[in-house]
Design a protein around this ligand. Structure first.
Ligand code: PLP
Length: 433
């Protein structure tokens, strides 16, 4: 046993620097969070050594008695965290991430070249929901399936359920996916169920972003209306990087979803599960069932609402003018700044955010906005009063960006930021000097 610092000081040093970055800067990326020490201990445990292809009680390798116990425990906790009855719902806890969970779910539900509809990427949807561009089908969900995106009402910037209804009548999808990566409002799962039922289609919710808030009862419950629910475990749920697929055992469009989902995860899409990660997911789910997690989730939303209100007070425009969940979509187009420039300026100021398309952007490649999320700062016990200070910092960052753009010109600023924020940190050092 040689500790990492001794065995590999180079990697230890990078971990130390990243630890410093995470705790001295302001982490506002909506898809990130700060997981607990207990979760990290499980994730870094000896369970990483074990192969266990298959399911509890039916493995392709020996020596799995404790791994079986772990996976059964993790499943039980997953159902409990979302208040699900195990006679009606089951869960597969083996997906390596949200993307693999989604592809496995598509594999389980529909056939190659079947039709699916998901929220378009420029409107907040995720790549795995069928995204493609006019030039290229670059995601597996658009290469192996035919997809048609639905979108937002340009006036309200809310999901346009009426337009989706009429598009679905023309396209006749086998699957409708709801859920998003950048949508600050809640979903009407009942309306979506109605649209899906018109076509005998499956309804799948990808709650990767909001699963922690849903588990805490702070948002609408997709389990009341969907056949399948997928999620990542590392966003508002505050766990390790992994995915879960929940499936309805009865009363769905198909009675064999349990077998379909389990077969799709292994052997169709994955090999051996990452047991260390499953242990960390189990620990996370125990924490999510604790009453303190409900308080955390409430605070995440209260903080996002305050952040949104403060930015509006500074005169900025937000998509849908506010938020119901953990994220705020900040539309920068009216002040003629790209999301990319503000992201880079913020990087120099140790505020971590990400550029994001806002509704009406011509392309998701040149995003006109910024996505902000309050999950990580809330995990550091920040409250509404702290959000007011954070909004002030963001305002100053934008003012700096505008001043530099005015004085240096848009192109020069872009080139400067490219160098300043490049790879090894040398750029940042040079700028500081
Ligand atoms: N689904 C949604 C809605 C997401 O936002 C993301 C990631 O951001 C994913 C799926 C993919 O998750 P992962 O990065 O773990 O593959």
């Amino acid at each position: 046993y040689t500790p990492l610092a001794e065995a590999d000081p180079e990697v230890q040093n990078i971990i130390d620097k990243e630890t410093w970055r995470q705790f001295t800067g302001l982490e506002l990326i909506a898809s990130e969070n700060l997981t607990s020490v207990a979760t990290m201990q499980a994730n870094g445990s000896i369970l990483t050594n074990k192969y266990s292809e298959g399911l509890p009680g039916a493995r392709y390798y020996g020596g799995n008695e404790y791994i079986d116990e772990l996976e059964v425990l993790c499943r039980k906790r997953a159902l409990k965290a979302f208040n699900l009855d195990d006679t009606k719902w089951g869960v597969n806890v083996q997906p390596y991430s949200g993307s693999t969970a989604n592809f496995a779910a598509l594999t389980a539900l529909i056939q190659p070249q079947d039709r699916l509809m998901g929220l378009g990427l420029p409107d907040g949807g995720h790549l795995t929901h069928g995204y493609y561009t006019a030039k290229k089908k670059m995601t597996a969900s658009s290469i192996y399936f035919q997809s048609l995106p639905y979108g937002l009402d340009p006036k309200t910037q809310l999901v346009d359920y009426d337009h989706l209804t009429s598009q679905a009548r023309l396209f006749k999808p086998r699957l409708i996916i709801c859920g998003a990566s950048a949508y600050p409002r809640d979903w009407d799962y009942q309306a979506l169920r109605k649209i899906a039922d018109e076509h005998g289609a499956f309804l799948m919710a990808d709650i990767a972003h909001t699963s922690g808030l849903i588990a805490a009862g702070q948002l609408n419950n997709p389990f009341d209306f969907c056949d399948v629910v997928t999620t990542t475990t590392h966003k508002t749920l505050r766990g390790p990087r992994a995915g879960l697929i929940f499936f309805k055992k009865e009363g769905s469009q198909a009675d064999d979803l349990e077998k379909r989902v389990n077969d799709a995860v292994f052997p169709a899409c994955q090999g051996g599960p990452h047991n260390n990660t499953i242990a960390a997911v189990a620990t996370t789910l125990k924490q999510a069932a604790d009453p303190t997690f409900k308080e955390y989730a409430k605070q995440v939303i209260a903080n996002a609402k305050t952040l949104a209100e403060e930015l509006v007070k500074y005169g900025y425009k937000l998509q849908t003018s506010g938020t119901d969940n953990h994220l705020v979509l900040w539309d920068l187009r009216s002040i003629r700044l790209t999301g990319s420039k503000v992201e880079k300026i913020c990087d120099l100021l140790h505020i971590t955010i990400n550029k994001n398309a806002v509704s009406g952007d011509a392309s998701a490649q040149v995003p006109g906005g910024i996505r902000l999320g309050t999950s990580a700062l809330t995990s550091r016990n920040m409250m509404e009063s702290d959000m007011k200070v954070v909004a002030g910092f963001l305002h100053r960052a934008v003012q700096i960006s505008l001043t530099l753009q005015k004085e240096a010109g848009s192109k020069l600023l872009k080139d400067f930021l490219k160098v300043a924020t490049s790879g090894d940190g040398a750029g940042i050092k040079a700028v500081k000097e």
